[in-house]
Design a binder for this molecule. Structure first.
Ligand code: ATP
Length: 345
């Protein structure tokens, strides 16, 4: 039986990097039945719906999505499709592993951090209004239910994956009620996991601490906005936004998408690095229980980065998006992967 997956190519560099990821996934030898849908401005032009109901039905059915970035107008226009999908399917946990691939020159080698971002509320609730001309309010919604649920997700992940330490990141000195609630819930959940060291850092200090010494952290647990900002900061440790995948996870569905956005400066030029979405594909395969195929992709990525012949420009190479994907596919030949493993230091 093929794996049924809802595919959302997205905008900007989305279609190019997603095509690369689909080709790599198919080269694993697994069978996929793709249900492909547009969302955002493109969907509105075609169907007068930003999120077509057929797309919602498809995710409800397949329960697994692989999604490209979708642009959100700045300061006006329709609300974020990315945020709407996370809310619609209660994908409350955004899981962002930050780790180096070998042989990419980065500021810090061997970073291994996990960011767990609450995905459904905070300032991303999108509840804003103009009180009087010149005065607006944006509401930061925090609930005990969501703060406890994301804390439990983080601690459960830590326990199952032998992680040692979780820091809750906050600004409870200023937002005493909202971030205060987040901390209270995290502390309460932490009591049930005595083997995991629990700490708390204020978000601005965390930015400095990360740049000074990212190795002091193991897992970072935070609300929506801090998670968005700190993920981009951490992407810089491991080669930039072209490298970092994420999974939006709920109790019933999962949508995998890169941390990066639509990168309009690179769109349509075959320049974008598809590594982040290929790593999303890897996360998706683990979610589907296809651990062997995921390892195949991981090994191929390691090999292509080690040999450095076909890297994209953001990491110092000259290859285009599709050429990079070709080399990953070539590296998935069993002999090539075996040879790469023999060359490991
Ligand atoms: P959005 O509003 O959709 O989030 P953005 O331009 O604010 O878009 P990103 O698209 O995440 O933010 O990217 C910021 C910059 O990082 C881009 O301009 C691009 O130069 C670089 N970048 C992002 N993704 C990639 C990628 N896959 N490969 C190479 N460079 C990338």
């Amino acid at each position: 039986m093929p794996h049924q997956i809802t595919l959302i190519p997205g905008d900007g560099i989305g279609p190019e990097v997603m095509q690369a990821a689909v080709r790599v996934l198919e080269a694993t030898g697994l069978k996929f039945a793709w249900e492909t849908y547009a969302a955002g401005a493109e969907a509105y032009e075609k169907y007068q719906e930003y999120i077509p109901s057929a797309l919602i039905d498809s995710i409800g059915r397949t329960r697994v999505g692989l999604k490209g970035p979708i642009s959100t107008p700045i300061g006006h226009g329709f609300p974020s499709i990315n945020v709407a999908l996370r809310k619609r399917f209660e994908l409350y946990a955004n899981f962002r592993p930050i780790s180096n691939l070998s042989h990419i020159p980065t500021r810090y080698p061997q970073v291994d951090l996990i960011i767990i971002r609450e995905n459904t509320e905070g300032l991303y609730s999108g509840i804003e209004h103009e009180v009087v001309p010149g005065v607006v309010e944006s509401l930061k919604i925090m609930t005990e239910k969501a703060c406890t649920r994301i804390s439990r997700f983080a601690f459960e992940y830590a326990r199952k994956n032998q992680r040692k330490k979780i820091h809750a990141i906050h600004k409870a000195n200023i937002m005493k009620l909202s971030d205060g609630l987040f901390l209270r819930c995290a502390r309460e959940v932490a009591k049930g996991y005595p083997e995991i060291t629990y700490g708390e850092h204020i978000v601005d200090n965390t930015c400095m601490q990360l740049v000074m010494n990212p190795y002091q952290y193991d897992m970072l647990l935070m609300e929506n906005l801090y998670g968005d900002i700190i993920s981009d900061l951490c992407a810089a440790f491991v080669g930039g936004l072209g490298m970092v995948p994420s999974a939006n996870l709920g109790d019933h569905c999962a949508i995998f998408e890169a941390v990066h956005g639509t990168a309009p400066d690179l769109a349509g030029k075959d320049l974008a690095n598809p590594t982040a979405v290929i790593r999303c594909a890897e996360l998706m395969l683990h979610h589907l229980g296809e651990h062997g195929a995921a390892l195949k992709i991981q090994n191929a990525l390691e090999m292509v980065y080690r040999t450095r012949d076909k890297l994209t420009r953001d990491v110092g190479g000259k290859a285009g998006t599709s050429e990079f994907a070709d080399s990953i596919i070539a590296a998935m030949e069993p002999e090539a992967v075996a040879a790469a493993q023999n060359r490991r230091p």
